[in-house]
Design a binder for this molecule. Structure first.
Ligand code: B1M
Length: 214
């Protein structure tokens, strides 16, 4: 079994320490960090998602797999930093109210930091008012919202409305993402940009911070 497969397999059974060791071995073997992330860690997490959906595994198993994912990803963090164009600017990020999923949000944060942005992490279960307060009081130029549940993605519309009500809509950009989110949803709620993954979210944040595009 190749090492990336092994990372995926061990992640699925929640062997966090082993996953960390294997990720280190893969790095030492010269495998690119992006490949380790997508073909090892994310491939494993996707299998976990399938099994969870099919009721083959339950919340505790998913949680240990998520822990292994986070530990492996943390090791890749410095390597995922894009050697290319860096940007400056402060953004805030959080998973919306009612939603506790944070793996995707953490990846987006990691990629943005790698591109030179300062990221204020608001955590999970973030009510609209907290995003607005971060933008207003901490000078964040972009509000980044993540949602993984069809039942919580609607909170993103409240974030847009809240920014309008607070009179800051013209001075902040609202970037959204997460598995159930789409371009059409982004347009419908009046957010500025939807991106499907962490790398494109970082690209979008960099160009928005530079004032390029909507
Ligand atoms: Co939950 N869960 N979960 N879960 N969980 C999903 C999302 C689900 C699809 C599983 C399924 O049924 N197949 C399903 C949602 C169904 C739906 O709404 N349609 C689901 C459910 C139902 C639930 C509960 C309700 C289950 C229950 O209790 N009965 C419950 C809800 C709890 C809550 O939030 N209130 C729940 C709980 C949990 C755990 C706590 C056990 C755990 C979360 C642990 C954690 O995050 N610390 C968990 C997990 C791990 C998952 C799955 C298996 C994996 C999610 C994940 O981390 N993926 C997931 C199934 C799946 O996705 N296949 C599932 C890897 C991650 C890297 O991907 O977050 O999509 P993702 O991020 C991507 C992109 O979406 C994007 O970038 C990332 C990749 O580059 N992205 C952005 C994300 N945010 C972005 C923001 C951006 C731009 C891009 O701009 C700002």
């Amino acid at each position: 079994m190749g090492i990336l497969n092994e990372i995926s397999e061990q992640l699925q059974i929640g062997k966090a320490k082993l996953v960390k060791e294997l990720v280190q071995q893969a790095v030492d073997a010269g495998i690119p960090a992006g490949e380790i992330l997508t073909e090892g860690l994310l491939a494993g997490m996707s299998m976990v998602g399938e099994r969870f959906k099919n009721n083959e595994i339950f919340v505790p198993e998913v949680l240990v797999a998520a822990r292994a994912m986070n530990m492996g990803a943390a090791l890749l963090k410095p390597l995922l930093a894009d050697a290319g164009v860096k940007a400056s600017g402060r953004v805030c990020i959080g998973t919306v109210k009612g939603d506790l999923h944070d793996i995707g949000k953490n990846l987006v944060k990691m990629m943005m930091e790698g591109r030179g942005l300062e990221v204020v992490d608001l955590g999970t279960d973030v009510p609209p008012e907290r995003y607005i307060a971060a933008a207003r009081d901490q000078g964040c130029r972009i509000i980044c919202c993540s949602a993984l549940l069809t039942t919580t993605m609607g909170v993103m519309a409240d974030v847009v409305k809240c920014a309008e009500a607070a009179g800051i809509r013209d001075s902040v950009k609202i970037l959204i993402g997460g598995a159930p989110v789409t371009d059409a949803f982004c347009a419908a709620i009046g957010a500025d940009r939807y991106t499907p993954d962490a790398a494109t979210a970082a690209d979008a944040a960099v160009s928005l911070c530079r004032g390029e595009g909507a």
